[in-house]
Design a protein around this ligand. Structure first.
Ligand SMILES: Cc1cc2nc3c(=O)[nH]c(=O)nc-3n(C[C@H](O)[C@H](O)[C@H](O)COP(=O)(O)OP(=O)(O)OC[C@H]3O[C@@H](n4cnc5c(N)ncnc54)[C@H](O)[C@@H]3O)c2cc1C
Length: 372
């Protein structure tokens, strides 16, 4: 059996960011991914927004890592030419209740340390975005968009050139703990099983992270690590509307998501989404019957849209810890000595803003590795 210093499970944007960060540590590291390529789950099925950190409770890991990750991502993109654009974003209001929500988001964002937030009147909004309808808005200049595929490609190339092995088509199927190391059973593309020993396992398996924690011997219901997959669908907006908005336009958020919003892609196209509903199995079909829901929830602030302007595009599945109707849940990122599993680092519930937070999460995980 081969032995390495560290095994990372999952080549999504978070696992890759961790691999990149740890690759300068001069340790033997292998990153295991069940698909034939990186980022084939949550990391390639999202809005690609670099969030500013407005929504999350003060001092939560989501707020802290989003704000730090936002700055780190812009720096990385500039330094290494990763395509991105600081578009800015408006969270819009048209009713008294929405206005109050926007005002409290403004306060929350300021408490969290988000830079540049501004409340805008209808006239100011009209100057920025003449084609939308909003009587009041919160403007966030630090929000932007990124080419996530290029970001992941960057992490992959850099990690490999720093001697990290990335094993694609390799699925972790079992984890055993010996006295001082873990043995991982891995199923390869030929249908053969092989084993790897390691003293540190980093579980960055996205929507499957609860299952991996369970494989390692954690009672995920007792630990409250069970993931509740929550689907988000997108509908694309007809190209005839390209250029009609210049910022990302969001409604006020609901309890478990940010609301169906209009996102700009780097190629100039516009898309609506994501919606949010809990699912039992993972499939990425988009239900065309949801067109009415998408149209009705956005026509108020995007009055230029006609029903026929939108069509099913794609979907993603959020790795949510928060079950339906439950209050806010934060990211869980911890080394599990207290659970009798020293050397296991679990990352559970890395939903939005996980893409934005990824470089900051990786920095934090490196500290956990160093302190182990
Ligand atoms: C609809 C939607 C919109 C979003 N929008 C945004 C946004 O605009 N901005 C933002 O910051 N965040 C956003 N997010 C969140 C962001 O996409 C995620 O937080 C991030 O992609 C999580 O990355 P990850 O690496 O943890 O997970 P993943 O990308 O899911 O990667 C986990 C990897 O683990 C692998 N794996 C699982 N089990 C095993 C196993 N047993 N063996 C080997 N490999 C395994 C999987 O194949 C997968 O590749 C959004 C998410 C969704 C779903």
């Amino acid at each position: 059996m081969d032995k390495v210093d560290i095994v990372i499970i999952g080549a999504g944007v978070v696992g890759l960011a961790i691999a990149y960060r740890l690759s300068k540590m001069n340790k033997e590291i292998i990153l295991i991914e069940k698909h034939e390529n990186f980022g084939m789950e949550e990391s390639s099925r999202n809005s690609e927004v670099i969030h500013a950190g407005i929504y999350y409770p003060e001092d939560s890991l989501k707020a802290r890592f989003c704000i730090e990750g936002n700055r780190m991502l812009y720096e990385l993109c500039k330094k290494y030419d990763i395509p991105h654009k600081k578009t800015g974003k408006l969270i819009v209001a048209n009713t008294k209740e929405e206005k109050e929500n926007v005002e409290s988001l403004f306060q929350q964002g300021k408490k969290n340390g988000v830079l540049g937030l501004e409340l805008l009147t209808e006239m100011q909004i009209k100057k920025l975005e003449p084609n939308i309808r909003a009587s009041f808005a919160l403007f966030s200049p630090e929000t932007g968009i990124i080419d996530t595929h290029q970001l992941m490609k960057f992490y992959e190339t850099q990690s490999e050139s720093n001697d990290i092995i990335i094993a694609y088509h390799s699925e972790v199927t079992e984890i055993q703990k010996n006295d001082d190391f873990f043995i991982l059973d891995i199923l390869d593309s030929e249908g053969e099983h092989f084993q790897i020993g390691t003293s540190i396992v980093i579980n960055s398996a996205g929507v499957t992270a609860g299952k991996i924690a369970s494989m390692a011997g954690i009672d995920i219901d007792k630990a409250v690590y069970r993931i509740h997959p929550c689907k988000g669908e997108y509908f694309s907006i007809s190209n005839r509307h390209n250029g009609k908005i210049k910022h990302l336009i969001y409604p006020t958020p609901s309890d478990n998501d940010l609301g169906i919003h209009a996102t700009l892609r780097l190629d100039g196209t516009l898309t609506l989404g994501p919606s949010a509903f809990y699912v039992n199995d993972i499939n990425y079909d988009v239900d065309a019957a949801h067109q009415g829901e998408f149209f009705n929830s956005t026509k108020n602030f995007l009055p230029f849209l006609d029903y026929g302007d939108i069509s099913p595009e794609m979907s993603g599945i959020r790795a949510k810890l928060q079950a339906k109707g439950e209050p806010f849940r934060d990211f869980i990122i911890q080394e599990e000595s207290e659970k009798g599993l020293p050397g296991l680092i679990n990352l559970i519930g890395i939903e939005s803003p996980g893409l934005t937070a990824s470089p900051a999460i990786a920095k934090y995980v490196k500290d956990l590795v160093n302190n182990f």
